[in-house]
Design a protein around this ligand. Structure first.
Ligand code: NAP
Ligand code: ZN
Length: 349
């Protein structure tokens, strides 16, 4: 396999800060598209993974899975992209393509296992796949997305993971007119969930641990915002919510939120606290309530989400940084000090 050396930012160990390194990318194969990366978002999953909080990190690691760039080269069989197109890569860059889940567009549940854009076994080069904190990306055109030219490319980058991760469950659980939808945790995922649920027509109620985000939630489009430590405000929401989308990244009490659901309501977890969460039987049995989860979204649905966001003028509120600021950004992300997504300007690499 022909490869080329490119610049990247990554690390060899949990306790080593991210730094400049060289990695290999494959040259385009007949169905591949190569892009020059313009912007890459920083997701809390990147932070979980560089710290090996899920226990399956393959070092060295180059994070980044919210990738927007310009197409620089296409393989001879490529039909969906041309050089110069604005394109994107999210979490998924390969799957078997034939199992019942892939055929239905749920590549994220592929029977044979999906290949993620970083920290997955690389079947062509060996070792791990390297993510978007880098100069270029190469993958099969089936897993690459089109970014509508009307979207700001830097603000669109977080849609590739945060956007689809909240769009997919909001659609599946039918957030829309007449529904009260709670959004729990206002970080990268949560702030996009407010905008998307609102665009779907739902009545949006935010639950946050941060006093400063109560007012800001309304600016982002929420109808109501509740400080979760305020007992009286929480009590006023008992039995009111049809759906609560939980984006919290650390261990927290789910039972509190099950109590806010109407009968037949659902708390849907997309956050990935590394620790187990406990649920009291009475909190789901009484009111026939559900506790569920959702994992990113398939490729076709990701394109649908990008087109939906273009139609509704939705992008992330971002803090644009240079790649050399990435360690500081991870420290701030850990503290919840981000409004509301860091995006790296890859020209700084
Ligand atoms: P983020 O920007 O750090 O936001 C997480 C938010 O959770 C924080 O802003 C904070 O909101 C709240 N929070 C943090 N610690 C908390 C605690 N101890 N108790 C209560 N609330 C707390 O993270 P993100 O990038 O949005 O990602 C959120 C989670 O989703 C991460 O675990 C990430 O790995 C996961 N994720 C899952 C998928 C999937 O497919 N399922 C995809 C992407 C990301 P407030 O200040 O408003 O309380
Ligand atoms: Zn992510």
């Amino acid at each position: 396999m022909n490869t080329k050396n490119i610049k990247a930012f990554g690390t060899e160990a949990i306790d080593t800060p991210l730094h400049a390194m060289q990695i290999k990318r494959r040259e385009v194969m007949p169905h591949d598209v190569e892009m020059q990366i313009l912007y890459c978002g920083i997701c809390h999953s990147d932070l979980h993974q560089i710290r090996n909080e899920f226990g399956h990190t393959m070092f060295p690691i180059v994070p980044g899975h919210e990738i927007v760039g310009r197409v620089t080269r296409i393989g001879e069989q490529v039909t969906k992209f041309e050089t110069g197109d604005l394109a994107a890569v999210g979490c998924i860059i390969d799957s078997c393509g034939h199992c019942e889940y892939c055929e239905e567009g749920f590549e994220q549940f592929c029977d044979k296992g999906v290949t993620f854009s970083f920290n997955s076994p690389d079947k062509y080069l060996g070792g791990a796949t390297f993510g978007g904190f880098s100069e270029t990306y190469v993958c099969n055109e089936q897993y690459m997305l089109h970014i509508p030219e009307t979207l700001d490319p830097a603000g669109a980058a977080p849609l590739l993971c945060a956007g689809i991760t909240v769009y997919s469950p909001l659609k599946h659980w039918q957030a829309g007119p007449g529904k009260k939808v709670g959004i729990l945790g206002i970080g990268g995922l949560g702030h996009l969930a407010i905008k998307i649920a609102k665009a779907m027509g739902a009545h949006v109620v935010v639950f946050t641990t941060s006093p400063s985000k109560v007012e800001d939630a309304k600016r982002l489009g929420a109808d109501e915002a509740v400080l979760s430590s305020d007992h009286d405000q929480m009590k006023s929401c008992f039995n009111k919510m049809d759906l609560i989308l939980d984006t919290v990244s650390a261990k927290h009490d789910i039972n509190t939120y099950l109590n806010l659901l109407r009968p037949d309501g659902s708390v849907v977890l997309v956050g990935l606290p590394p620790e187990s969460l406990e649920i009291s039987a009475f909190n789901v049995v009484h009111g026939r309530k559900s506790f569920s989860g959702s994992n990113i979204g398939g490729i076709a649905e990701t394109q649908e989400m990008l087109d939906f966001c273009a139609k509704h003028h939705i992008t992330a509120d971002i803090e644009l940084i240079r790649v050399q600021q990435v360690n500081e950004a991870f420290t701030r992300l850990q503290k919840g000090d981000v409004h509301y997504r860091f995006v790296i300007d890859m020209a700084s690499l």
